[in-house]
Design a protein around this ligand. Structure first.
Ligand code: PGA
Length: 381
């Protein structure tokens, strides 16, 4: 069971030098828009398109609750610095966030730890929030130098950041061997390193800052692997590259939301419900495989639930019988509840969706309209 997280999760999409056209960038946002909106009070989400695209897609992005973030900013102010964008220019363009120190900037463009610290200081002075990326190379990990590298990268940043500005900093821990390689760090590897980063901040800055600063994990994060990573107490969200160029980035966002505290369903209460209520979502294990209902042609029934209660699910679509095998975890959305002879029945015809769940969930019933990809924390009543 997930435990509640002490820090607000934060998920960012780093589009890098992608996509090729503005039209594709707009199309991607169109895909994000097809997902149910998230609650901005519960999660921070940002995206970093390349600069000309950013200025074009910023407004529609912000409408979705996604903040505009630059991929980089200059360590210098305005002036004769060809190719640079200063922190105050970003601020003037209403961009509230910038990423600094991404490993591609460090390894492909020679940015030093000192450069990254100077950029951080400029961005903070201009009123931006800053995502500072750090992380070790493969040979550094293999040589047991992971923590040493992260500390070396953070040290100049720590020297330049005032205590009160730490609330505007997010650290993105991105092991370089995991970036764009499909080789994600295990939850244990990421947790161990991120706990070490926090411990270092406690020593080098303060306990309070260490406790509050959010640390993202980055490197081959996908909708499939993020749920296990986010369960770790020192992983406060993700910086996502490749997988942020897809509509399913929004699944990563939703899987990073804090668990909803849901009361353990009491079936006596559910019996009090309006017997024709619609819009119920159910996660359940199939306890009796589907078969044709006695005496009713073309209606199939299965039983779902656990020791807290059992519910009959009925439907007319014969193909659904294949999903309703005994022991299968099912996700049934937007179902109608009916009472037949004192027994609860869920009708899965017409508007409801019925699938095998990606993950196992504890039996739960909720009235929310769309709870796909939402994690529940059951609270005993
Ligand atoms: P990736 O990139 O998710 O494609 O591995 C992460 C990043 O570079 O921030």
């Amino acid at each position: 069971m997930a435990t509640s997280r002490p820090r607000k999760p934060i998920v960012g999409g780093n589009w890098k030098c992608n996509p090729k056209t503005l039209e594709e960038a707009q199309k991607l946002l169109g895909e994000w828009k097809n997902y149910p909106s998230f609650d901005k009070r519960k999660i921070d989400v940002f995206a970093c398109p390349m600069m000309p695209h950013l200025m074009k897609v910023k407004a529609p992005m912000e409408k979705l609750g996604v903040s505009a973030c630059a991929q980089n900013c200059s360590k210098t102010d305005e002036g004769a610095f060809t190719g640079e964008v200063s922190a105050s220019q970003l601020r003037d363009s209403r961009v509230g966030w910038t990423l600094v120190g991404h490993s591609e900037r460090r390894t492909k463009y020679g940015e030093t730890d000192e450069d990254v610290a100077e950029k951080t200081a400029k961005a903070l002075a201009a009123g931006l929030k800053v995502v500072v990326a750090i992380g070790e190379l493969l040979d550094e990990r293999e040589a047991g130098k992971t923590n040493e590298v992260n500390e070396r990268m953070l040290k100049p940043v720590i020297d330049k950041v005032k205590k009160e500005d730490w609330s505007k900093i997010v650290i993105a821990y991105e092991p370089v061997w995991a970036i764009g390689t499909g080789k994600v760090a295990t939850p244990e590897q990421a947790e161990e390193t991120q706990a070490a980063i926090r411990a270092f901040l406690a020593k080098a800055v303060s306990e309070e800052v260490a406790e509050k600063v959010r640390i993202q994990y980055g490197g081959s994060v996908t909708p499939e692997n993020c749920a296990e990573l986010i369960k770790k107490p020192n992983i406060d969200g993700f910086l996502v590259g490749g997988a942020s160029l897809k509509g399913t980035f929004m699944d990563i966002v939703r899987k990073s939301l804090p668990p909803i505290r849901l009361k353990k369903p009491k079936f006596s209460k559910i019996q009090d419900l309006d017997p024709v209520s619609k819009g119920f979502n159910v996660y359940a294990k199939c306890t009796k495989a589907a078969k044709e209902a006695d005496g009713v042609d073309g209606v199939y029934e299965a039983q779902v639930g656990d020791e807290t209660g059992l519910v009959t699910v009925s439907f007319r679509n014969k193909d659904l019988c294949d999903l309703c095998k005994e022991g299968a975890s099912l996700r049934i959305q937007n179902t109608a509840v009916r009472m037949v002879k004192g027994h609860i029945r869920l009708n899965v015809d017409k508007w409801a969706a019925f699938k095998v769940a990606d993950e196992e969930h504890t039996f739960s019933v909720s009235e929310k309209n769309d709870v796909s990809a939402t994690e529940y924390e059951l609270v005993e009543t």
